[in-house]
Write a protein that binds this ligand. Structure first.
Ligand code: ZN
Length: 188
């Protein structure tokens, strides 16, 4: 399976938003799940398990760990939607996600960080699903628009941006760095 380019992932996420009519903030994940016929179930999973995607030929459901913070649940759902959109090609497949790797996504962690005997996905797939999740929850055009109205030198503004998009402050910080918003603000 060929790897996706970052721009392909951005566009795939934007297409999912467009097809679902999910245009308001924070991004309405339920609307996307409904549009793509993915059933959401909440369960009290082991603490290190964030979510599970069960993809079958005619039925797909997603289980999220209900004991996690709501923002983390949203990121997990978006991550699993990434697997659904990028890595599921009609075959039956089970994706089990332990320990969200968002905080390790910047830079290239050694593959050993990702791989475990029980791993159901490749490190590349995990990176792609995380990129997709960030692109889905924090669409680039909306981030860039919001950035024009915020002073990103101010950490409180990162916090308020995070609240607007219903993501963690860490996720927002990573996304801003990824989109070079912070750098372009500095050079402006
Ligand atoms: Zn995953």
């Amino acid at each position: 399976m060929a790897n996706y380019h970052a721009m392909d992932i951005e566009l795939a996420a934007q297409e999912m938003l467009r097809a679902s009519g999910a245009v308001a903030l924070p991004v309405d994940l339920n609307r996307i799940l409904l549009t793509y016929n993915v059933e959401l179930r909440h369960a009290r999973l082991e603490d290190n398990v964030s979510g599970v995607l069960v993809a079958k030929q005619h039925e797909t459901y997603l289980i999220v760990n209900e004991s996690h913070h709501i923002n983390r649940q949203r990121f997990t759902i978006a991550h699993e939607l990434g697997h659904f959109q990028l890595h599921h090609h009609g075959e039956e497949r089970l994706f089990i996600d332990t320990e969200m790797r968002i905080y390790q996504r910047v830079g290239q962690p050694g593959d050993a960080t990702y791989m475990s005997p029980s791993s159901t996905t490749t490190p590349q797939e995990e990176r792609e699903a995380n990129m997709f999740a960030a692109a889905l929850l924090m669409p680039a055009p909306l981030i860039q628009h919001a950035a024009l109205q915020h002073n990103l030198w101010d950490e409180f503004d990162v916090a308020s941006l995070a609240r607007t998009f219903a993501v963690s402050e860490q996720a927002m910080s990573i996304r801003l760095q990824q989109l070079k918003v912070v750098e372009s603000a500095i050079s402006a």
